[in-house]
Design a protein around this ligand. Sequence first.
Ligand SMILES: Nc1ncnc2c1ncn2[C@@H]1O[C@H](COP(=O)(O)OP(=O)(O)OP(=O)(O)O)[C@@H](O)[C@H]1O
Ligand SMILES: [Mg+2]
Length: 260
Amino acid sequence: MTPLIKVRNLSKRYRSHGREVQALDDVSFTLGERETLALVGPSGSGKSTLSRAITRLITVDGGEICFAGEDWLALKGAELRRKRRYMQMVFQDPLEALNPRATVFSAIVDPIRIHGLAPRARWRQEVSQLLDRVQLPSHLMDRAVHEISGGQRQRVALARALACKPRLIVLDEAVSALDVSLRSHIIDLMIELQREEGLSYLFVSHDLAVVKAMAHRTAVMEAGRIVELGPTQDVIDRPQSNMAKALIAAVPRLIRSRNP
Ligand SMILES: Nc1ncnc2c1ncn2[C@@H]1O[C@H](COP(=O)(O)OP(=O)(O)OP(=O)(O)O)[C@@H](O)[C@H]1O
Ligand SMILES: [Mg+2]
């Protein structure tokens, strides 16, 4: 497996109101091309901090990230803006990334326009194809983002990420807010996109059924550290760390393929 991203000894400390939190403590892992890695762990264990550090939404105190063969943390200015599109992030609340007053069309065409990915004459066609990709009707493009449903908005956020032609999509609880049938629909779609476009996913979820359906490998976080990392089925069937054991014990038996 060719590694797409290599994370080495990443650390991040937050200081607020005189208190210090080691949100990332010496985190290392690799993620391959066409691979899905799930991040699981209790609230406050550092999953969102890791997602945001990798996508460079926050700075880190130490460590290295090699992405597609480049020193990702060293990129800056125009070069960073140009290469940023290869790594997209989809949030639990799509309004974090989408302007609610913008139309669906402009939300999706933004990266195409900014990165010059298609000539203006092709924009509507591109947006229409992307909407089709996430199984939304193309007439939705003229609606405002605040006028569509939460599930539709989540798919618009995914279409916008796909418009960038990324190599990695980081999803932080991106499907958690969706109802069960829509969630499984989006998971199928993401697996299909991975097959067709050769995408990699780093994917935060507290839902082990989703993790089991999507992730080739799973990393378990606790207090800013990765305490266990292995093939998803192994982590679920034979958890090694106390944290993994506790997380698995808390989910319905039907997810586990063997009795513990
Ligand atoms: N901006 C911030 N300022 C100060 N502390 C922060 C900040 N963001 C996160 N933290 C702290 O860093 C630690 C890790 O938080 P993080 O949001 O990464 O956890 P998480 O695993 O994503 O949790 P959840 O499952 O609840 O989303 C927590 O102790 C949190 O309180
Ligand atoms: Mg979080």
